[in-house]
Write a protein that binds this ligand. Structure first.
Ligand code: HEM
Length: 323
Protein backbone atom coordinates (compact mmCIF):
# COMPACT_ATOMS: atom_id res chain seq x y z
CA UNK A 1 0.00 0.00 0.00
CA UNK A 2 1.52 3.36 -0.96
CA UNK A 3 1.60 6.47 1.21
CA UNK A 4 -1.34 8.18 -0.52
CA UNK A 5 -3.56 5.12 -0.07
CA UNK A 6 -2.57 4.81 3.60
CA UNK A 7 -3.34 8.48 4.27
CA UNK A 8 -6.64 8.14 2.43
CA UNK A 9 -7.59 5.10 4.52
CA UNK A 10 -6.80 6.87 7.78
CA UNK A 11 -8.82 9.88 6.65
CA UNK A 12 -11.78 7.72 5.72
CA UNK A 13 -11.66 5.97 9.09
CA UNK A 14 -11.65 9.35 10.80
CA UNK A 15 -14.63 10.49 8.76
CA UNK A 16 -16.41 7.31 9.75
CA UNK A 17 -16.91 6.19 6.19
CA UNK A 18 -15.01 2.95 6.43
CA UNK A 19 -16.60 0.00 8.15
CA UNK A 20 -14.54 -2.89 9.26
CA UNK A 21 -15.00 -6.48 10.21
CA UNK A 22 -18.54 -7.05 8.92
CA UNK A 23 -19.12 -10.24 6.99
CA UNK A 24 -21.45 -10.89 4.10
CA UNK A 25 -24.80 -12.32 5.01
CA UNK A 26 -28.22 -12.89 3.55
CA UNK A 27 -30.10 -10.44 5.80
CA UNK A 28 -27.55 -7.66 5.67
CA UNK A 29 -29.97 -4.87 4.71
CA UNK A 30 -33.02 -6.15 6.59
CA UNK A 31 -32.90 -3.18 8.95
CA UNK A 32 -31.06 -0.49 6.96
CA UNK A 33 -32.81 -0.96 3.59
CA UNK A 34 -35.47 -3.68 3.73
CA UNK A 35 -36.96 -2.76 0.35
CA UNK A 36 -33.57 -2.94 -1.45
CA UNK A 37 -34.19 -6.00 -3.62
CA UNK A 38 -37.58 -4.66 -4.77
CA UNK A 39 -36.06 -1.28 -5.67
CA UNK A 40 -33.31 -2.92 -7.73
CA UNK A 41 -35.79 -5.18 -9.52
CA UNK A 42 -38.25 -2.36 -10.21
CA UNK A 43 -35.44 -0.13 -11.44
CA UNK A 44 -34.12 -2.72 -13.86
CA UNK A 45 -37.39 -3.88 -15.46
CA UNK A 46 -37.85 -0.80 -17.70
CA UNK A 47 -34.14 -0.72 -18.52
CA UNK A 48 -34.16 -4.36 -19.60
CA UNK A 49 -37.39 -3.94 -21.57
CA UNK A 50 -36.08 -0.95 -23.52
CA UNK A 51 -32.71 -2.58 -24.17
CA UNK A 52 -32.68 -6.39 -24.19
CA UNK A 53 -28.88 -6.44 -24.54
CA UNK A 54 -28.57 -5.10 -20.98
CA UNK A 55 -28.89 -8.34 -18.95
CA UNK A 56 -25.92 -9.93 -20.75
CA UNK A 57 -23.88 -6.77 -20.38
CA UNK A 58 -24.54 -6.57 -16.62
CA UNK A 59 -23.74 -10.22 -16.05
CA UNK A 60 -20.41 -9.89 -17.83
CA UNK A 61 -19.71 -6.59 -16.10
CA UNK A 62 -20.15 -8.09 -12.68
CA UNK A 63 -18.20 -11.28 -13.10
CA UNK A 64 -15.18 -10.96 -15.27
CA UNK A 65 -14.74 -7.28 -15.01
CA UNK A 66 -15.52 -6.36 -11.45
CA UNK A 67 -15.07 -9.49 -9.36
CA UNK A 68 -12.13 -10.86 -11.32
CA UNK A 69 -9.91 -7.88 -10.53
CA UNK A 70 -9.30 -7.32 -6.76
CA UNK A 71 -12.72 -8.75 -5.77
CA UNK A 72 -16.29 -7.49 -6.19
CA UNK A 73 -15.78 -3.90 -5.10
CA UNK A 74 -17.45 -1.85 -7.88
CA UNK A 75 -14.06 -0.60 -9.07
CA UNK A 76 -15.11 -1.32 -12.68
CA UNK A 77 -17.71 1.45 -12.30
CA UNK A 78 -15.17 4.20 -11.60
CA UNK A 79 -14.81 6.50 -14.61
CA UNK A 80 -11.31 7.01 -15.96
CA UNK A 81 -10.23 10.58 -15.29
CA UNK A 82 -9.63 12.33 -18.59
CA UNK A 83 -6.06 11.91 -19.74
CA UNK A 84 -5.40 9.47 -16.90
CA UNK A 85 -5.01 5.87 -17.95
CA UNK A 86 -4.83 4.49 -14.46
CA UNK A 87 -8.42 3.20 -14.25
CA UNK A 88 -9.39 -0.43 -14.79
CA UNK A 89 -11.58 0.71 -17.70
CA UNK A 90 -8.46 1.73 -19.62
CA UNK A 91 -7.52 -1.93 -20.01
CA UNK A 92 -7.90 -3.45 -23.49
CA UNK A 93 -9.26 -6.58 -21.76
CA UNK A 94 -12.38 -4.56 -20.96
CA UNK A 95 -13.27 -4.45 -24.64
CA UNK A 96 -17.03 -4.86 -25.13
CA UNK A 97 -17.88 -3.74 -21.59
CA UNK A 98 -21.00 -1.63 -21.58
CA UNK A 99 -23.99 -0.50 -19.51
CA UNK A 100 -22.00 0.59 -16.46
CA UNK A 101 -24.30 3.61 -16.31
CA UNK A 102 -27.30 1.38 -15.51
CA UNK A 103 -25.84 0.65 -12.09
CA UNK A 104 -25.61 4.40 -11.42
CA UNK A 105 -29.28 4.79 -12.35
CA UNK A 106 -30.31 2.02 -9.94
CA UNK A 107 -27.97 3.41 -7.30
CA UNK A 108 -29.72 6.80 -7.41
CA UNK A 109 -33.07 5.05 -6.82
CA UNK A 110 -31.60 3.14 -3.87
CA UNK A 111 -30.03 6.33 -2.48
CA UNK A 112 -33.41 8.09 -2.58
CA UNK A 113 -34.89 5.39 -0.32
CA UNK A 114 -31.87 4.44 1.80
CA UNK A 115 -29.23 7.18 1.70
CA UNK A 116 -25.62 6.05 2.20
CA UNK A 117 -26.55 2.52 3.20
CA UNK A 118 -26.02 0.29 0.18
CA UNK A 119 -22.75 -0.22 -1.67
CA UNK A 120 -22.44 -0.05 -5.44
CA UNK A 121 -20.73 -3.46 -5.24
CA UNK A 122 -23.87 -5.03 -3.77
CA UNK A 123 -26.10 -3.28 -6.31
CA UNK A 124 -23.93 -4.68 -9.11
CA UNK A 125 -24.26 -8.22 -7.73
CA UNK A 126 -28.04 -7.81 -7.30
CA UNK A 127 -28.34 -6.41 -10.83
CA UNK A 128 -26.42 -9.37 -12.28
CA UNK A 129 -28.57 -11.89 -10.46
CA UNK A 130 -31.72 -10.07 -11.69
CA UNK A 131 -30.25 -10.19 -15.21
CA UNK A 132 -30.07 -13.98 -14.91
CA UNK A 133 -33.53 -14.38 -13.34
CA UNK A 134 -35.30 -11.99 -15.72
CA UNK A 135 -33.77 -13.80 -18.71
CA UNK A 136 -35.30 -17.09 -17.60
CA UNK A 137 -32.41 -18.35 -15.45
CA UNK A 138 -32.42 -19.35 -11.79
CA UNK A 139 -33.31 -16.95 -8.98
CA UNK A 140 -30.14 -16.82 -6.90
CA UNK A 141 -30.05 -15.79 -3.24
CA UNK A 142 -26.86 -13.78 -2.67
CA UNK A 143 -25.21 -12.73 0.57
CA UNK A 144 -24.70 -8.96 0.83
CA UNK A 145 -22.66 -6.43 2.77
CA UNK A 146 -19.80 -5.71 0.36
CA UNK A 147 -18.09 -2.35 0.48
CA UNK A 148 -16.89 -0.27 -2.45
CA UNK A 149 -13.21 0.27 -3.09
CA UNK A 150 -11.85 3.73 -2.37
CA UNK A 151 -9.26 3.30 -5.08
CA UNK A 152 -9.56 2.26 -8.70
CA UNK A 153 -7.20 -0.52 -9.73
CA UNK A 154 -5.05 0.39 -12.69
CA UNK A 155 -5.17 -1.04 -16.17
CA UNK A 156 -2.09 -3.19 -15.55
CA UNK A 157 -4.01 -5.07 -12.84
CA UNK A 158 -6.98 -5.49 -15.17
CA UNK A 159 -4.64 -6.72 -17.93
CA UNK A 160 -3.13 -9.23 -15.56
CA UNK A 161 -6.38 -10.64 -14.15
CA UNK A 162 -9.00 -10.52 -16.89
CA UNK A 163 -8.69 -13.57 -19.13
CA UNK A 164 -8.26 -12.74 -22.82
CA UNK A 165 -10.65 -13.90 -25.55
CA UNK A 166 -8.12 -16.62 -26.45
CA UNK A 167 -8.35 -18.31 -23.03
CA UNK A 168 -8.61 -22.10 -23.10
CA UNK A 169 -9.84 -24.70 -20.60
CA UNK A 170 -6.55 -24.91 -18.65
CA UNK A 171 -6.50 -21.24 -17.71
CA UNK A 172 -10.25 -21.10 -17.16
CA UNK A 173 -10.13 -23.99 -14.68
CA UNK A 174 -7.16 -22.44 -12.95
CA UNK A 175 -9.05 -19.17 -12.47
CA UNK A 176 -12.22 -20.68 -11.09
CA UNK A 177 -10.89 -23.61 -9.06
CA UNK A 178 -8.55 -21.19 -7.30
CA UNK A 179 -11.72 -19.41 -6.15
CA UNK A 180 -12.97 -22.65 -4.59
CA UNK A 181 -15.16 -23.85 -7.44
CA UNK A 182 -15.47 -27.42 -8.60
CA UNK A 183 -14.89 -28.24 -12.27
CA UNK A 184 -18.65 -28.66 -12.62
CA UNK A 185 -19.26 -25.17 -11.24
CA UNK A 186 -16.58 -23.73 -13.54
CA UNK A 187 -18.26 -25.26 -16.59
CA UNK A 188 -21.63 -23.97 -15.35
CA UNK A 189 -20.27 -20.45 -14.96
CA UNK A 190 -19.11 -20.33 -18.57
CA UNK A 191 -22.72 -21.25 -19.35
CA UNK A 192 -23.28 -17.49 -18.87
CA UNK A 193 -22.37 -17.39 -22.58
CA UNK A 194 -25.95 -18.50 -23.15
CA UNK A 195 -26.60 -14.74 -23.11
CA UNK A 196 -25.30 -11.94 -25.27
CA UNK A 197 -22.89 -11.41 -28.09
CA UNK A 198 -19.26 -11.58 -29.09
CA UNK A 199 -17.77 -8.82 -31.16
CA UNK A 200 -15.88 -9.87 -34.26
CA UNK A 201 -12.67 -8.39 -32.85
CA UNK A 202 -12.77 -11.06 -30.13
CA UNK A 203 -12.76 -13.98 -32.56
CA UNK A 204 -10.53 -12.79 -35.42
CA UNK A 205 -7.60 -14.65 -33.87
CA UNK A 206 -9.59 -17.84 -33.62
CA UNK A 207 -10.90 -17.58 -37.17
CA UNK A 208 -7.80 -16.48 -39.05
CA UNK A 209 -4.68 -16.99 -36.96
CA UNK A 210 -5.21 -20.29 -35.24
CA UNK A 211 -4.45 -22.80 -38.01
CA UNK A 212 -3.61 -26.07 -36.31
CA UNK A 213 -5.38 -24.93 -33.16
CA UNK A 214 -7.53 -27.79 -31.85
CA UNK A 215 -10.60 -25.66 -31.16
CA UNK A 216 -10.34 -24.16 -34.63
CA UNK A 217 -10.29 -27.56 -36.29
CA UNK A 218 -13.33 -28.69 -34.35
CA UNK A 219 -15.57 -25.89 -35.58
CA UNK A 220 -18.57 -27.09 -37.57
CA UNK A 221 -17.90 -26.02 -41.21
CA UNK A 222 -21.25 -24.24 -41.61
CA UNK A 223 -20.66 -22.27 -38.44
CA UNK A 224 -17.10 -21.43 -39.47
CA UNK A 225 -18.33 -20.14 -42.84
CA UNK A 226 -21.02 -18.10 -41.09
CA UNK A 227 -18.56 -16.54 -38.66
CA UNK A 228 -16.09 -15.74 -41.45
CA UNK A 229 -18.82 -14.16 -43.53
CA UNK A 230 -19.97 -11.99 -40.63
CA UNK A 231 -16.48 -11.22 -39.38
CA UNK A 232 -14.15 -10.74 -42.37
CA UNK A 233 -10.47 -10.63 -41.48
CA UNK A 234 -9.65 -7.10 -42.59
CA UNK A 235 -12.95 -5.41 -41.81
CA UNK A 236 -12.77 -1.93 -40.32
CA UNK A 237 -15.88 -2.58 -38.26
CA UNK A 238 -14.71 -5.59 -36.21
CA UNK A 239 -15.07 -3.56 -33.03
CA UNK A 240 -18.76 -2.95 -33.61
CA UNK A 241 -19.94 -5.97 -35.60
CA UNK A 242 -20.87 -9.01 -33.58
CA UNK A 243 -22.35 -12.50 -33.60
CA UNK A 244 -24.77 -14.05 -31.10
CA UNK A 245 -23.26 -16.29 -28.42
CA UNK A 246 -25.99 -18.84 -29.03
CA UNK A 247 -29.23 -18.84 -31.06
CA UNK A 248 -31.31 -17.81 -28.01
CA UNK A 249 -28.99 -15.02 -26.90
CA UNK A 250 -31.64 -13.23 -24.80
CA UNK A 251 -32.73 -16.36 -22.93
CA UNK A 252 -30.83 -17.97 -20.09
CA UNK A 253 -31.19 -21.64 -21.10
CA UNK A 254 -28.94 -24.64 -21.75
CA UNK A 255 -28.94 -24.30 -25.53
CA UNK A 256 -25.44 -22.87 -25.20
CA UNK A 257 -24.13 -26.37 -24.33
CA UNK A 258 -26.08 -28.11 -27.12
CA UNK A 259 -24.82 -25.51 -29.56
CA UNK A 260 -21.21 -25.93 -28.43
CA UNK A 261 -21.50 -29.73 -28.75
CA UNK A 262 -22.58 -29.23 -32.35
CA UNK A 263 -19.25 -27.42 -33.03
CA UNK A 264 -20.89 -24.01 -32.96
CA UNK A 265 -19.23 -22.53 -29.88
CA UNK A 266 -18.16 -18.97 -30.72
CA UNK A 267 -15.18 -18.43 -28.43
CA UNK A 268 -12.26 -20.79 -27.98
CA UNK A 269 -13.36 -21.60 -24.41
CA UNK A 270 -16.86 -22.53 -25.63
CA UNK A 271 -15.42 -24.95 -28.17
CA UNK A 272 -12.63 -26.39 -26.05
CA UNK A 273 -14.88 -27.35 -23.14
CA UNK A 274 -16.62 -29.82 -25.45
CA UNK A 275 -13.48 -31.85 -26.18
CA UNK A 276 -11.35 -31.45 -23.06
CA UNK A 277 -11.55 -34.70 -21.05
CA UNK A 278 -12.01 -32.74 -17.79
CA UNK A 279 -15.06 -30.86 -19.00
CA UNK A 280 -16.59 -32.86 -21.90
CA UNK A 281 -18.90 -35.04 -19.78
CA UNK A 282 -20.12 -32.04 -17.81
CA UNK A 283 -20.96 -30.12 -20.99
CA UNK A 284 -22.90 -33.16 -22.19
CA UNK A 285 -24.71 -33.43 -18.88
CA UNK A 286 -25.71 -29.74 -18.79
CA UNK A 287 -26.90 -30.00 -22.39
CA UNK A 288 -29.47 -32.55 -21.27
CA UNK A 289 -30.10 -31.54 -17.65
CA UNK A 290 -31.29 -27.99 -17.36
CA UNK A 291 -31.91 -28.26 -13.57
CA UNK A 292 -28.37 -29.37 -12.79
CA UNK A 293 -26.97 -26.53 -14.91
CA UNK A 294 -29.06 -24.00 -12.99
CA UNK A 295 -28.05 -25.53 -9.63
CA UNK A 296 -24.32 -25.52 -10.44
CA UNK A 297 -24.52 -22.03 -11.96
CA UNK A 298 -26.22 -20.69 -8.83
CA UNK A 299 -23.62 -22.04 -6.44
CA UNK A 300 -20.80 -20.86 -8.73
CA UNK A 301 -22.39 -17.39 -8.88
CA UNK A 302 -22.42 -17.15 -5.08
CA UNK A 303 -18.82 -18.37 -4.81
CA UNK A 304 -17.55 -15.94 -7.41
CA UNK A 305 -19.53 -13.02 -6.04
CA UNK A 306 -18.15 -13.56 -2.55
CA UNK A 307 -14.54 -14.37 -3.38
CA UNK A 308 -12.29 -11.49 -2.39
CA UNK A 309 -15.22 -9.17 -1.61
CA UNK A 310 -14.38 -6.16 0.48
CA UNK A 311 -15.85 -5.85 3.94
CA UNK A 312 -13.52 -2.95 4.51
CA UNK A 313 -14.11 0.04 2.32
CA UNK A 314 -16.64 2.75 1.63
CA UNK A 315 -20.17 3.17 0.45
CA UNK A 316 -19.76 5.45 -2.53
CA UNK A 317 -22.45 8.08 -3.03
CA UNK A 318 -22.00 7.90 -6.79
CA UNK A 319 -20.76 4.65 -8.28
CA UNK A 320 -18.66 6.22 -11.02
CA UNK A 321 -16.57 8.56 -8.90
CA UNK A 322 -14.27 8.15 -5.92
CA UNK A 323 -15.38 11.04 -3.72
C1 HEM B 1 -12.25 -17.82 -19.01
C2 HEM B 1 -13.41 -17.27 -18.89
C3 HEM B 1 -14.05 -16.34 -19.86
C4 HEM B 1 -13.59 -15.81 -21.02
C5 HEM B 1 -12.25 -16.03 -21.70
C6 HEM B 1 -14.63 -14.97 -21.54
C7 HEM B 1 -14.54 -14.23 -22.69
C8 HEM B 1 -15.55 -13.49 -23.22
C9 HEM B 1 -15.46 -12.72 -24.44
C10 HEM B 1 -14.19 -12.55 -25.26
C11 HEM B 1 -16.67 -12.20 -24.69
C12 HEM B 1 -17.05 -11.34 -25.88
C13 HEM B 1 -16.75 -9.89 -25.60
C14 HEM B 1 -17.06 -9.05 -26.82
O1 HEM B 1 -16.49 -9.32 -27.86
O2 HEM B 1 -17.91 -8.13 -26.70
C15 HEM B 1 -17.55 -12.62 -23.64
C16 HEM B 1 -18.88 -12.28 -23.56
C17 HEM B 1 -19.65 -12.55 -22.47
N1 HEM B 1 -19.25 -13.17 -21.32
FE1 HEM B 1 -17.52 -14.17 -21.04
N2 HEM B 1 -15.70 -15.01 -20.70
C18 HEM B 1 -15.39 -15.82 -19.66
C19 HEM B 1 -16.18 -16.07 -18.58
C20 HEM B 1 -17.38 -15.48 -18.33
C21 HEM B 1 -18.11 -15.57 -17.09
C22 HEM B 1 -17.62 -16.29 -15.86
C23 HEM B 1 -19.25 -14.87 -17.27
C24 HEM B 1 -20.36 -14.62 -16.30
C25 HEM B 1 -20.72 -15.50 -15.41
C26 HEM B 1 -19.26 -14.38 -18.61
C27 HEM B 1 -20.30 -13.71 -19.18
C28 HEM B 1 -20.30 -13.22 -20.46
C29 HEM B 1 -21.47 -12.62 -21.09
C30 HEM B 1 -22.87 -12.52 -20.50
C31 HEM B 1 -21.06 -12.20 -22.34
C32 HEM B 1 -21.91 -11.43 -23.37
C33 HEM B 1 -21.76 -9.95 -23.06
C34 HEM B 1 -22.65 -9.02 -23.88
O3 HEM B 1 -23.40 -9.46 -24.73
O4 HEM B 1 -22.58 -7.79 -23.63
N3 HEM B 1 -18.10 -14.75 -19.23
N4 HEM B 1 -16.85 -13.40 -22.75
Amino acid sequence: MDLTTTVLMVLLFVLGNVTEGEVLHYNFYDKSCPQLENIVRAGLVPLFVTDPTSPAALLRLMFMHDCQVQGCDASILVDPIEGNVSSKMASGRNFGIQKRELISIVKSMVEAACPQQVSCADILILAAREAVAMSGGPHIEVPLGRKDSFTAPNYQQADAWIPPATTGVDDMLHIFTSKGMTIQESVALIGAHTLGVTHCASILNRLYKAEGDKAHQEMEPGCEAFLMLNCPEWSLTSNISFVLNDPTAFIFDNLYYKNAMGGRGVLRIDAEMVSDPRTAQIVKHFASDWDDFFRAFSSAFVKLSTSGSLNQGVIRKRCNVLD
